[in-house]
Design a protein around this ligand. Structure first.
Ligand code: FES
Length: 97
C-alpha cells in the first residue's frame, strides 16, 4: 500500500500500489478535472506532486502537456500510477475539499 496525502485539505488515503492517481483522487472525494474520460488527451487533470517519488513522464504525457500548454511541473493524474507515498495538491482544491 501507499499513503496519499492531499493538500491543503489534509485528507489521507491508503491505496494499493499501482493505483491510478486519478482514481485515488476520486476515491478521496476530491474534485479532479477531466474532459477526455481519462484517456490522456485533455490535460485537464494536472496536479502537483509536492513530495514523493513518481515515475518519469511518458512521451505521451509529455506531448499531451505540451499540446495543452500545461506547466511542466504538473503531472497528469490519469497518467500516473502510485508506487510510493505522495503528497498531492491541485490549484483548485480549497482547504475544505
Ligand atoms: S483526464 Fe484528460 S488527460 Fe487526464
Amino acid at each position: 500500500m501507499s499513503t496519499l496525502r492531499f493538500k491543503p485539505s489534509g485528507k489521507v488515503l491508503d491505496v494499493p500500489k499501482g493505483t491510478l492517481l486519478i482514481d485515488a483522487i476520486r476515491s478521496a472525494g476530491l474534485p479532479i478535472a477531466s474532459a477526455c474520460g481519462d484517456e490522456l488527451v485533455c490535460a485537464k487533470c494536472g496536479v502537483r506532486v509536492l513530495e514523493g517519488r513518481v515515475t518519469r513522464e511518458s512521451p505521451v504525457e509529455r506531448d499531451t502537456k505540451r499540446r495543452n500548454r500545461v506547466p511542466p511541473e504538473l503531472r497528469l493524474a490519469c497518467a500516473l500510477r502510485v508506487h510510493n507515498d505522495l503528497i498531492i495538491s491541485a490549484d483548485y482544491w480549497g482547504s475544505d475539499s
